[in-house]
Design a protein around this ligand. Structure first.
Ligand code: GDP
Ligand code: MG
Length: 181
């Protein structure tokens, strides 16, 4: 339509073990397998959101501890992406802190590249492990508000619907950003 590219590139980021692969596989297959390799993967998946078909390219990206020296890597990711899913575990404070840093890095690279809008969804995963929770729901909401991101708490293990909301929510935001630029 009007020569506009209709597929959407989504990068899923977060520290190791937060459930990035579980989240993606749940979305793609509706299933929770439990164990996932550490293989970097790119998936293509068609979904219908608001009655319109959408092709998503989803990148299960590896995390780099060394955020500063890897800036070129993040620049390339921002260049490729139409939106980000930033995942932490509600039982892992360090993974939540990493999401804050990733937001900053994405915003910096977005400005460098002159990208107008970059939709970001923040995901607090493993909400089923409430007895081991160290990050409050409210902390996720506040971070999302302050950074103008969407926020969902989910359980890739126990709730398919919550995972669906994440990706559909992001598709909404990506479509909005394309209309308004
Ligand atoms: P990644 O390194 O971020 O890709 O994390 P994985 O998807 O490999 O998941 C790491 C571990 O957390 C695995 O043992 C998963 O089974 C587990 N896991 C992922 N999501 C959930 C969840 O929502 N609840 C629980 N209890 N465990 C989860
Ligand atoms: Mg993984």
């Amino acid at each position: 339509l009007n020569g506009q590219r209709m597929d959407a590139n989504v990068v899923v980021l977060g520290t190791d073990n937060v459930g990035k692969s579980a989240l993606i596989v749940r979305f793609l297959t509706r299933r929770f397998i439990g164990e996932y390799g550490d293989i970097e993967s790119l998936y293509t998946h068609n979904v219908v959101v608001d009655g319109r078909e959408q092709t998503l390219n989803i990148w299960d990206a590896p995390y780099s501890q060394d955020l500063s020296s890897e800036s070129l890597m993040y620049e390339k990711r921002v260049q490729w992406a139409d939106g980000f899913v930033l995942v932490y575990s509600v039982c892992d404070r360090a993974s939540f802190n990493a999401v804050s840093r990733l937001i900053q890095i994405i915003k910096t690279n977005k400005d460098i590249l002159g990208v107008e809008k970059m939709p970001i969804v923040i995901v607090g995963n493993k909400r089923d492990l409430d007895h081991r929770r160290t990050v409050l729901s409210e902390e996720g909401s506040i971070l999302a508000l302050s950074a103008d991101c969407q926020f969902y708490e989910v359980s890739a293990a126990e709730n398919y619907h919550s995972v669906l909301m994440v990706f559909h929510g992001l598709v909404h935001r990506i479509r909005e950003s394309r209309v308004s630029v």
